[in-house]
Every structure is written in structure tokens, then in C-alpha cells.
Design a binder for this molecule. Sequence first.
Ligand SMILES: NC(=O)c1ccc[n+]([C@@H]2O[C@H](COP(=O)([O-])OP(=O)(O)OC[C@H]3O[C@@H](n4cnc5c(N)ncnc54)[C@H](O)[C@@H]3O)[C@@H](O)[C@H]2O)c1
Ligand SMILES: O=c1ccn([C@@H]2O[C@H](COP(=O)(O)OP(=O)(O)O[C@H]3O[C@H](CO)[C@@H](O)[C@H](O)[C@H]3O)[C@@H](O)[C@H]2O)c(=O)[nH]1
Length: 330
Amino acid sequence: MTVLVTGGAGYIGSHMVWALKDAGEAVVVVDNLVTGFDWALPGDVSLVRGDIGDMALIGRVLKEYSVDAVIHFAGSVVVPESVADPLKYYRNNTCASRNLIEACTAAGVDKFIFSSTAAVYGDPKTVPVGENAPLAPLSPYGTSKLMTELMLRDTAAAHPFRYTALRYFNVAGADPEGRTGQSTAGATHLIKVAGEAALGKRDSLSVFGTDYDTPDGTGVRDYIHVSDLVAAHKLALDRLKDGGESLTMNCGYGRGFSVLEVVDTVRRVSGKDFKVDMEGRRPGDSPKVVADPSLIRSELGWKPNHDDLEEIVTHALAWEDKLSKRNRAE
Ligand SMILES: NC(=O)c1ccc[n+]([C@@H]2O[C@H](COP(=O)([O-])OP(=O)(O)OC[C@H]3O[C@@H](n4cnc5c(N)ncnc54)[C@H](O)[C@@H]3O)[C@@H](O)[C@H]2O)c1
Ligand SMILES: O=c1ccn([C@@H]2O[C@H](COP(=O)(O)OP(=O)(O)O[C@H]3O[C@H](CO)[C@@H](O)[C@H](O)[C@H]3O)[C@@H](O)[C@H]2O)c(=O)[nH]1
């Protein structure tokens, strides 16, 4: 029995593939390599290059590889881009996921894990935010993911199909063994951008918004190490295999850092100063989002091993350095 990882050549997906291989699971990846890289995968993993919205292709892959469960990472991920180009997000996140889910029900694949997001909460009234908080995304990205959550809910009610939706908070860091990391070209994620600035790959970093109602006026996020996130998926997969019912859970640590705290940490860990420009707010951004992780801890017994901003930044910088050497060698 094989696990299909969609978007497995991307940042988070490639960490998942390495972790599944470490656990001895058979894996097949479907990725169109729009933002992912085939070299991020272990050499012995099958990569099918194609689109998750292509039902005929997915149907063939599910059958050919005897797929038993799907972990669905493929999608478009940049909040401000979704504000500028909403239909791209409804096509690539909502419509493509719809087709993938239908291909699964048609093939009788009944276990599905979905990459949802804290962006479904928008600007939560209470922080830390629990799963029952009102869902009010501030961006088409968040809405595109919420719509997929709703499709999963309705599909599970109508078909023999069980899912786990994990609402990730801000994923950062890299594989502690240095096998993969965030390699996204033109990335917009704060820790990635700050790492690039520290290594001189960009001239400066912009701080988007300094007048939020937060301790230092900049946006606050719950940064979670990618290895802890991937471990939660493995627990969720095992739970579904044991017959667990459908669940939607936050995946974050329960504490937040401001943009300026992240910038200070990157400067301290790297020992490098870089230019920081104070700018206006970025469209679609929430002031403060921090997880209440009680449910995932009790349901999955999830215990983070890397809840330390310095460690997250250390691993992100180590990968950034490796990436520079790789790009120079090419
Ligand atoms: N990075 C975060 O902080 C974060 C937070 C919450 C949720 N997520 C979700 O996690 C998932 C993975 O994000 P990531 O940061 O690894 O992004 P990423 O861009 O590195 O990975 C996405 C992967 O999906 C592939 N892909 C995109 N559209 C596809 C399609 N239609 N068919 C086949 N392959 C396709 C890309 O080539 C890439 O390899 C996304 O669904 C994202 O919304 C990420
Ligand atoms: O160059 C930058 C980049 C970001 N920020 C700020 O840093 C914070 C975090 O931004 P970013 O790293 O871009 O992440 P988010 O916009 O919070 O979104 C991420 O986290 C979400 C979950 O919370 C995921 O769903 C998204 O896919 C992922 O991009 C926000 O306050 C941004 O305004 C800056 O000030 N300067």
C-alpha cells in the first residue's frame, strides 16, 4: 500500500516524503514542479509530473500504485498573490482539490490528509485561536482553503471517506539532517526572506506594517518547525489507518513572535546585520495569529521536538547556505 503525496517536490511536501521513507512507507509523488524541485526528493521515490486537477491522471496513479492514503500539499501558497490574482487560487487550490477528492472517491481511496491554514481564521477575536473560532478569511488564499475544508466535510458525510484537515500556522526551518529545505524561488515567507537577507542574497527586508495592535506594532505569527509539522501528519495518517474519524485541527505551538523579534533572531543567529525598511501593511495580512494546539495534542498525542525560534532559524540558515552552494555549483 502506497501513500500519494501531492506537492511532494515542494517545501513541506519534500520533508513529508523523506519522513515517510524514513518510516519505511511506500510513496508516490504527483507534482507539476511549478514551485517544487525534483532534486528535493529521495532518488528512489517515484515522481509523476502532472497536475492534481487532472482526474484521469490521478485515477491512473491511484490504481497503478495501489494508493491507500493521500496527503495533499499541492497548491498555491502566497497570501498577497491571492489578493492580486484570486481566480488562480480558486482554480489551483479549490477546483484542483475538488477533482483530486473526486478521483479518490471514484477509486475508493478513503484516507485523506489536507494542508489547510490558519488563514481560515482571518483576524481572530481571541488569541490563541481554537478550531471552533469563527471562520472569516481575509484573503482569497484563506477562502480557497476553507472551501476545500467544506468539500471534504460534505464528501465524508456522503461517501466512505475520512479526512484530517491540519490548519498549519507559519511553517519554517528545514530538515535537521540537511536533506531538504525551503528552496522556493522568489519566496515571500518572513524567515526565508530574512535568511536570504542575512546571506546577502537580497539587499534588504521590508517590515509590512508597524501600526498593528501588537506589543511592537508588527505582525505576530506562530512559527512552527517543518519537522514537527511533518510528524503531526504521520500521526494523523496512523490514526486514519486505525479507523479514526474525520477531524480538523490546528497545527502550531501556541506562542507568537513579532516580525521584529524574528528579524532580531535571524541577525543574532547568523551574526549578520542587514538593512530593514519599515513599510505599510501588506494586503490580506492578519495582525496576530497564534494557535491553540490543545486538540492536536490530545487527539494525536503530538509533542513538538523543535519549539525553539533559534533552532528554527538555525536550520533555515543552514539550508539557505547549502542552497547557495548548490546554485553556485550548477
Ligand atoms: N508554508 C506555510 O507556512 C504554509 C502554511 C499553511 C499551509 N500551507 C500549505 O501547505 C502546502 C504546501 O506548501 P509549501 O509551503 O510546501 O509550498 P510549495 O510551493 O513549496 O509546495 C507546493 C508544491 O505543490 C506543487 N503544485 C502546485 N500546484 C500544483 C498542481 N495543481 N498540481 C500538482 N502540483 C502542484 C508545486 O510544484 C510545489 O512542489 C500548501 O497547500 C500550502 O497552502 C503552507
Ligand atoms: O518580507 C516580509 C515577509 C513577511 N512579513 C510579515 O511577516 C509575517 C508573516 O508573513 P509570511 O511569512 O509571508 O506568512 P503569512 O502571510 O502569515 O502566511 C503564511 O502562513 C500562513 C498560515 O498562517 C500560510 O497559510 C501561508 O501559506 C503562509 O504563506 C506577516 O506579518 C508579514 O506581513 C514582513 O514583514 N516582511
